[in-house]
Design a protein around this ligand. Structure first.
Ligand code: SF4
Ligand code: SF4
Ligand code: FES
Length: 902
């Protein structure tokens, strides 16, 4: 601890932070530009000047840059005096000489760090009267606009994109007063994390193109704290809405998960919620005609159907909340509720749950990932399936490259020094089917078919345990590469093992756990991350004992006549021809969904449900952390003729109707209480977030900022009154600017970030350092002393043939994930499926340039374009599982009759 004196007050502080960060956390305003809590300090912009005095007799002091100054004992600092104020004002004036005064038409306006800092320093007169420098803007892809004239040259963008995120297609060009930040030429930004430029840049150089289409000022948006629904990481987001249209997703700080950054899927993948192609009324299909029903009739019809059959199954959804899934389980009965996953995935998730609960292995948070000193990634392309983890791994690698920073007494926040002492040694080891993006920074990548990966990792596990194995005829590559990884694992202190369900291999999950447990036995401080396919795979896995394959088997043997399908497109899993046959056997196909999936098109009765922006609920991430997302608006406010309700609400209504239960309020808290009563494992869900009764100073928490004024009401030519919002009976938030709006240091779930004088997202820096409290969510499985041992796999099926072509999966950021496929910008620009095969087959199959490939699998003919790889093993055919018409059931299937087609 150090004693420091700031503005004549005495504080005790740790040495860990720089002076700027320390002052901000004490709620002392110091303007800054080039510093960023995650990017560190470079001392470049000179805006964060403060005055330091040698001792109490020193009356003149000297100006120092607070971002680059460490805290030392007995420091005496003034943050505001005439000289310092003048200095900072002068710096802003200099930085602003070329900045256009276009705030009224700049989309950053009202959410701009430059605006905030300009006001904070008191610069309001422009004395520079000459021509301004003018730049040409670039096309940077479908998501980000570029307005280079607004640049103030703080270098944050390039430091983020290149140094932090590892991007290679963005840089700084030019010199002196004519520097340019962008790509070498126009084109889509290549990084999966490019959207963070929007928040990293303190001005309006990079703005959100999706948001521009439905643009509103920050103060006119209604906000809610939410959780990204696109993968199992569970990043925290803020959703912004106006008039029923979601127009922005921003990062919401979570100290142990995403901290300051999201991936592009999380930031831009939401547009499906605004789709025009959505059913808004309950519908019954009768004699090939669609009949629109009202709420009561639809409930009556379905409850009558369900009352009169016991040949019923419910299919849950890994992309739907715990509340929705539980409501379906309650309706159909536990023994009739399926997880909605194919057998293989279901078993993988069940094994992961068992490991989370019983293995005693530590599951690190995303932030903790950065503290490991070696990572072994097995069968997962995390850049495309769990992208924020990719960013964390890159930081892990960088920190290891600057490992000796403590030896040199360099603080971690000193970005320039950290870069200078870095070496090129990396600590990432990868086992995968073919090349992935992280290969560029890996120490070693081993490529093998999934079966050979299983053998490889099992051999490695045996080595770690020091026991012999029975695998014969291992190739020199396998012997060599297992030895390299083995030695690296032995020489590190804190290894991290990452695997998951995306390879569809239960054995890979098993052997990853073996490796982790073997390392634990060697007293390594090991961490294990097992990723799943969707945002709530673990949650659904916890409440369901049956897979979708079980349901299909029952249907095939004519045991089922009624299916209730919750927010799940079965055609993503099974070939269309097969699913058509299966569904033909079902008399009543009752579908609840918010997107018009191929399955919804087959429904005999359809219930329109709310999506994540319109409803509240709980999902469980890969750590077993339960997190709550909150609705940002109620769709029926803007059009009271529609009938879109929460899935849990529909299902409870039907349940109560069947059981003649009346007069019960169905609220989120009611559903939560109900599943705690039935499933004890969820008992701590009550601690995830306050209930509806929570008040601050007797007020609900406002979703709108105090400046919400309707001054930009876009329908004012029709009606100057804003639509009256409904009361929110489910959460502690109000659909209103009425309510508590004060920045609250202790609230984990805040709808929008703001601090007096700080309107941009940089206001986070006024919150978090005061109290590292933003660690919302509750783990279902706490770290425990259980130490269930998972036996080493001793042999693999020796009869498995290696001479047949097999399908292996590959994933892409935009296109593989289901919900984002319904976003128009993503479906128009990204989803082209292709096959990956080894480039040797170019010659063997006589394939010409741009020729397509044709093959048969499971009795269906496929025709796709090709990409060649020099790493993918022979006889392996990579397919983008999850793309339309490329269902997950193909994984591992044998392929026949491969040929080129013109
Ligand atoms: S583009 Fe933005 S982040 Fe990059 S240097 Fe300019 S002002 Fe700074
Ligand atoms: S990493 Fe996953 S949870 Fe996080 S923003 Fe990206 S898609 Fe969303
Ligand atoms: S923030 Fe300190 S010099 Fe830029």
């Amino acid at each position: 601890m150090a004693i420091i004196y700031i503005n004549k007050k005495k504080y005790n502080f740790s040495h860990a932070n720089n002076l700027l960060q320390t002052c901000l956390s004490l709620n002392i305003d110091i303007p800054y530009f080039c510093w960023h809590p995650e990017l560190g300090s470079v001392g470049f912009c000179r805006l964060c000047a403060v005055k330091q005095y040698n001792n109490l007799n020193d009356s003149s002091g000297r100006i120092i840059m607070s971002c680059i100054t460490p805290i030392v004992n007995n420091m005496i600092i003034t943050t505001h005096d005439t000289e310092v104020n003048k200095f900072r004002k002068g710096i802003i004036e200099l930085l602003m000489t070329n900045h256009p005064h276009d705030c009224p038409i700049c989309e950053e306006g009202g959410n701009c760090h430059l605006q905030d800092m300009t006001v904070l320093t008191g610069h309001h007169n422009r004395r520079y009267t000459f021509d301004k420098r003018i730049h040409k803007n670039q096309y940077l892809g479908h998501f980000i606009s570029h307005q280079m004239n607004r640049c103030i040259g703080c270098y944050r963008c390039v430091r983020y994109y290149k140094d932090y995120a590892g991007g290679t297609d963005f840089g700084v060009y030019g010199a002196s007063n004519n520097i340019y930040f962008g790509r070498f030429e126009d084109g889509c930004l290549d990084s999966e994390h490019s959207g963070n430029l929007i928040e990293v840049c303190p001005t309006g150089v990079f703005t959100d193109k999706l948001s521009s289409k439905n643009y509103n000022r920050k103060w006119d948006l209604q906000h809610a704290p939410s959780i990204c629904q696109h993968c199992s990481i569970g990043c925290n987001i803020i959703v912004g809405e106006k008039y029923g249209i979601v127009s922005k997703i921003e990062n919401r700080y979570h100290s142990h998960i995403n901290r300051y950054f999201l991936c592009d899927l999380g930031r831009f993948g939401y547009n499906y919620v605004n789709t025009k192609y959505r059913l808004k009324y309950p519908i019954q299909v009768f004699q090939n005609k669609c009949i629109i029903l009202n709420q009561n009739d639809s409930i009556d019809i379905v409850s009558n159907i369900l009352k009169n059959t016991n040949r019923i199954m419910g299919i849950g959804s890994i992309r739907s909340s715990l509340e929705n899934n539980f409501a379906l389980r309650k309706l159909v009965g536990k023994e009739n509720f399926s997880s909605g996953m194919l057998d293989n995935e279901h078993k993988c998730v069940k094994l992961i749950i068992d490991i989370l609960e019983n293995s005693g292995l530590y599951i690190p948070t995303l932030y903790e990932v950065e503290s490991y000193d070696l990572v072994l990634i097995i069968g997962e392309d995390i850049t495309h399936t769990s992208p924020r983890l990719d960013l964390a791994i890159r930081q892990l690698n960088k920190i290891q490259q600057s490992k000796n920073y403590q030896q040199y007494n360099v603080p971690k926040w000193h970005n320039v020094a950290m870069l200078n002492i870095s070496n090129k040694k990396t600590c990432i080891y990868i086992v995968h089917t073919h090349e992935i993006k992280l290969d560029n920074i890996s120490a070693m990548s081993h490529y093998a078919s999934i079966r050979d990966q299983e053998i490889f990792t099992t051999v490695l596990a045996h080595k770690i345990y020091g026991v012999s194995h029975s695998f014969k005829n291992l190739t020199a590559d396998v012997m060599n590469d297992t030895e390299i990884i083995y030695k690296a694992l032995l020489s590190c202190k804190k290894p991290l093992i990452i695997s998951g369900t995306h390879s569809g291999s239960i054995n890979l999950i098993h052997s990853s756990t073996n490796i982790a447990q073997g390392l634990q036995a060697l007293k390594k401080d090991v961490g294990l991350i097992l990723l799943t396919a969707s945002s709530n795979s673990i949650g659904v896995g916890l409440i369901s004992d049956f897979s979708m394959t079980d349901v299909m088997n029952k249907i095939s043997s004519d045991q089922i006549d009624t299916l209730v399908i919750l927010e799940n497109d079965l055609y993503r899993y099974v070939l269309k021809k097969d699913m058509d046959c299966i569904l033909k056997k079902i008399k009543n196909i009752i579908v609840l969904d918010h997107v018009l999936t191929p399955t919804a098109r087959k429904s005999t009765i359809f219930f329109p449900t709310t999506n994540f922006s319109e409803s509240s609920g709980t999902i469980v991430n890969y750590e077993s952390r339960m997190q709550r997302f909150f609705s940002v608006f109620n769709p029926m406010v803007y059009d009271n003729t529609i009938c879109i309700l929460e899935a849990w609400f529909w299902l409870y209504k039907i349940y109560y109707k069947i059981h003649n239960i009346n007069n019960i309020d169905i609220t989120l808290d009611h559903v939560i209480q109900d599943y705690i009563n039935h499933i004890i494992i969820f008992k701590s869900v009550l601690n995830v977030a306050p209930n509806e009764k929570y008040r601050i100073l007797n007020q609900k928490i406002a979703r709108l900022s105090h400046r919400a004024s309707s001054r930009t009401a876009i329908f004012s030519e029709l009606n100057i009154h804003e639509p009256k919002q409904k009361n929110d009976e489910n959460t502690m938030f109000a659909f209103s600017m009425e309510g508590n709006q004060q920045p609250n240091q202790d609230m984990e779930y805040i709808p929008f970030v703001w601090s007096p004088g700080w309107n941009s997202l940089h206001a986070w820096n006024k919150y978090i350092f005061k109290n590292d409290h933003y660690n919302s969510g509750v783990h279902i499985f706490q770290r425990n002393n259980l130490n269930k041992k998972y036996d080493l796999i001793e042999r693999y099926d020796v009869n498995a043939r290696n001479d047949e072509w097999k399908i292996i999966p590959y994933y892409v950021l935009f296109g593989s994930e289901e919900l984002s496929q319904y976003s128009d910008v993503i479906s128009k620009n990204y989803s082209t499926a292709y096959v990956i095969i080894h480039n040797k087959y170019k010659k063997i199959l006589g394939l010409a340039l741009n020729q397509k490939i044709e093959f048969e699998c499971l009795g269906q003919l496929f025709q796709l374009s090709i990409q060649f790889s020099s790493k993918i093993p022979l006889k392996q055919l990579g397919l983008p599982l999850g793309f339309p018409n490329i269902p997950h059931v193909l994984l591992g299937c044998v392929v026949k009759n491969i040929r080129g087609v013109i």
